[in-house]
Ligand binder design. Structure first.
Ligand code: BTN
Length: 262
């Protein structure tokens, strides 16, 4: 079915009442970069970019996203947001819920979310999300959003630096249909969500799937590293913590790790 869509060059569901062109690559540097280049040439266009392999897959905080041929899903949705930037930020939170639900539906494996938006299966990260906003020349608003999603589907092995951290859905096997079904389910979920971003019902689901709530964590805010306890997630996705020094804070960015032992 996905092969059919690729052949026809568009996805069957519409985004904001417009057909969604689909660009498929056997190999590219990064589907987010493909989307960026496309946007530079076609200012008002929306499209979906999918690759079988990425040579320079990008992760958050300037990291690389390991993207070997055929093992994973590397997809980016380029869209022109209808909402204010604050709602666009919520898109990544919603995307993690959509990806977790799709993984559970398609593979039957339980998927949890680690703040901010990594999806975990069997305590290993299987999915990462990188949203990039293209800002207008004048301050305020956002011209376009590129929502990149990477999922480790069939990988058996990972490079040494990812061992014990990254995992895959099939761990060397897995149903050959998983990849296509996940891409279809996730794209449909995103299109559905984007048609009504004011609906924040996904936040409840995000909290339910959170693997950090009520856990002792270590926070890294880009400058300091400190221990804390995660107590809540606000409607805008902010993580409410109590530091071990007793201070209540809400984190909107940064990295956390879960402390397993005290
Ligand atoms: C992260 O875990 O830090 C985010 C990873 C995002 C990876 C996806 S794969 C498709 C898209 N293209 C990229 O270069 N990155 C995103």
């Amino acid at each position: 079915m996905l092969a059919d869509m690729i052949e026809k060059g568009y996805f069957t569901c519409k985004l904001y009442n417009r057909e969604l062109p689909l660009f498929y690559y056997l190999e590219t540097d990064s589907t987010n970069e493909e989307a960026k280049r496309y946007h530079a040439e076609h200012k008002n266009a929306q499209a979906l970019f999918i690759a079988d392999a990425q040579t320079k897959g990008k992760g958050r905080r300037g990291r690389q996203f390991y993207s070997p041929a055929k093992d994973g899903i590397y997809m980016s949705l380029l869209f022109i947001p209808k909402e204010e930037l604050s709602d666009v930020i919520a898109v990544t939170t919603a995307a993690s819920v959509i990806a977790a639900q799709a993984i559970e539906e398609v593979t039957g494996q339980m998927a949890a979310i680690k703040w901010v938006n990594d999806v975990y299966v069997r305590e290993r990260k299987v999915c990462g999300i990188l949203a990039e906003a293209i800002l207008p020349d004048e301050p305020g608003g956002c011209t376009a959003v590129i929502l990149g999603i990477g999922i480790n589907v069939y990988n058996r092995d990972f490079p040494e630096e990812l061992e014990g951290i990254a995992g895959s859905l099939g761990e060397g096997s897995g149903n050959p249909e998983w990849k296509d079904r996940l891409i279809i389910r996730i794209t449909e979920g995103l299109v559905d969500y984007l048609s009504n971003v004011a609906n924040r019902s996904f936040m409840e689901e995000y909290r339910k799937r959170s693997m950090v709530l009520d856990k002792n964590i270590t926070c890294y805010d880009g400058r300091d590293i400190y221990p804390a306890h995660a107590i809540d997630i606000e409607e805008d996705g902010g993580l409410v913590i109590i530091t071990d020094a007793g201070e209540r804070r809400t984190l909107h960015s940064g990295e956390i790790t879960i402390r397993l032992k005290e």
